[in-house]
Design a protein around this ligand. Structure first.
Ligand code: IPM
Ligand code: MG
Length: 360
């Protein structure tokens, strides 16, 4: 008797989102085949609406039905959300708010964003430093300025416009994401750099305290604290110095784009967002790139590598995730100027070849 299939929910979203997820399909089918032949569990795929596409259809960026399907999945793979068509909507109906609500509803507080040099990528930095660049950014994803209350906008009695956002963290929110960073560092090069603005922000001082306490439980992992502004300089000058970067939500958003700039292949960055229980959320770091949409030119590497992370963290198949990452490298090395769809098909072929060699 076979076990129930794994459940994967695809949320294509907006802009290039649908294309890059379509390019994952051939890869997904091949991985599903491998999983089924080794453990009797194939991957069952469903698809739902999020972001602007959901606004157009249902009037809301995160429909109830999408959330219900996400909650009952083992993994959610998202394309991208947002675009100029929805820029003028009120904040809670914007596509981005659908993504933020989904992250929060799934409780995926730890966002893992690995960045390494990929074949064929052209970093604006010196090759001798980027050649050794291999960083894992661990970003707190469900707290801080993105979700803090109160938040509002108003017009004062003097007629001036004003706005308020709140940054708030409690120690448990910090502790649980720090634990993820230290556990990851233990399996890597054993170094955590915690990023904050402790010379100015109360939240950062608490962050520093709690991270230092967690470090005491990981004697084999070294910990440095670095201010976020000086981290940006050091990342550009000596990116090879870092192993695991641990940050709060907004700093992590900014630094992960910087990592994309350093590797010079922003479209190839992937991410996994994990919580204490329930499905992980996997998404490329890139945005919806409306100017590229519908032209079959977007590189789907970030989406495919996000699916590779799902293999590792959701489907219990880290080896298949690894073959997949290597297959993406193969295709990037060929540098054949493939379109989005052909890139996915070629990756599936490479994956098939690699997994056959390794598994026979
Ligand atoms: C990211 C994106 C999102 C974020 C946006 C689309 C809300 O920039 O995943 O980095 O700010 O978290
Ligand atoms: Mg971002």
């Amino acid at each position: 008797m076979g076990q129930r299939p794994w459940r994967l929910l695809l949320l294509p979203g907006d802009g290039i989102g649908p294309e890059v997820l379509a390019a994952v399909r051939p890869v997904l089918e091949r991985v599903s085949w491998e999983l089924e032949s080794r453990s009797g569990r194939r991957i069952d795929v469903q698809e739902a609406f999020i972001g602007g596409a959901a606004v157009d259809r249902y009037g809301t960026p995160l429909p109830e039905e999408t959330l219900r399907q996400a909650r009952s999945a083992d993994a959610v793979l998202l394309g991208a959300v947002g675009g100029p068509a929805w820029d003028r909507l009120e904040p809670e109906r914007r596509p981005e708010s659908g993504l933020l609500s989904l992250r929060r509803a799934l409780g995926v507080y730890a966002n893992l964003r690995p960045a390494r040099m990929l074949p064929g990528a052209h970093s604006p930095l010196r090759a001798d430093v980027t050649g050794r660049f291999d960083v894992l950014l661990v970003r707190e994803l469900t707290g801080g300025l993105y979700f803090g209350e109160p938040r509002r906008r108003w017009v004062g009695q003097d007629g001036r416009r004003a706005a308020l956002d709140t940054m708030a963290y409690d120690e448990e929110e910090i502790r649980r994401v720090a634990l993820v960073a230290f556990a990851a560092a233990r399996k890597r090069r054993g170094r955590v750099t915690s990023v904050d603005k402790a010379n100015v922000l109360a939240c950062s001082r608490l962050w520093r305290e709690v991270v230092t306490e967690v470090a005491a439980e990981y004697r084999d992992v070294s910990l440095d604290h670095q201010l976020v502004d000086s981290t940006t300089v050091h990342l550009v000058q000596h990116p090879e110095d870092y192993d695991v970067l641990l940050t709060e939500n907004l700093f992590g958003d900014i630094l992960s784009d910087l990592l994309g700039g350093i590797v010079g292949q922003f479209g190839a960055l992937a991410s996994a967002s994990l919580g204490a229980a329930g499905p992980g959320l996997f998404e490329p770091v890139h945005g919806s790139a409306p100017d590229l949409a519908g032209q079959d030119v977007a590189i789907p590497a970030g989406a495919i590598l996000s699916f590779a992370l799902a293999c590792r963290y959701a489907f219990g198949a880290p080896d298949l995730g690894q073959f997949l990452a290597e297959s993406v490298d193969d295709v990037l090395l060929e540098d054949a100027g493939l379109g989005t769809r052909a890139f996915g098909e070629r990756t599936a072929q490479r994956f098939r070849a690699r997994s056959q060699v390794a598994l026979t």
